[in-house]
Design a protein around this ligand. Sequence first.
Ligand SMILES: Cc1ncc(CO)c(N)n1
Length: 230
Amino acid sequence: MEKKGKTGMENEGVIDTWLRKHRLLYVGATKHPFILSISDGTIDISSFKTWLGQDYIFVRAFVPFVASLIVKAWKESDDRSDMEVILGGMAALNDELEWFKKEAFKWGVQLSHPLLPHKPNQEYCRFLESLMSVEANYTVAITAFWAIEAVYQESFALCLGDESRTPPELKETCQRWGSEAFAKYCCSLKHIANRRLKQASDDELKKAEVALLTVLEHEVEFWNMSRSGS
Ligand SMILES: Cc1ncc(CO)c(N)n1
């Protein structure tokens, strides 16, 4: 048994502290009406198709972001396993891009020309780019990375719960991010982020918290965009 003090929170990581502090925004990103409409079966398929096309664009921008994290982990990390965890994520993205193409074909969504990113997507991709620069801090970037993956994990896991009425044709999508395997991967990322945050300077901590909030805001906007189709 771990020794715990009066509050029982002495072993809590920085991330959980932040999630408690920003609970409303976190819930807004992980239980968004778009996701709730999948899990209660009322989703409008045109919203799903908008999401699919836009997320394909996002994931293409996510690849160089993850590549930049591999470089940062290789250069800066005090733990060799960081790079292996991130590399595993990168390998999954390779499959994911193929999955998007297959899924888009199934739904009749055109992924090539003239598919353009909507404004919230453009802004999210621009934020990713700011974290890709050589000057961007590893701790800040890995915190953002965890948040990006965790929002999808928590959101889609909700659509697989016993109470959910997710349409059968959307189950495979929910399984991609809602699976146990993806949850475990997110847990590994959270571990890395918490370990770095424990040793971070005040300035890094401040920047990482802002990055976490920025991800949550972009995720809410991304779901809004998918729902409204613009
Ligand atoms: C917008 C968005 N956030 C997170 C993920 C998770 O990879 C994704 N595919 N798209």
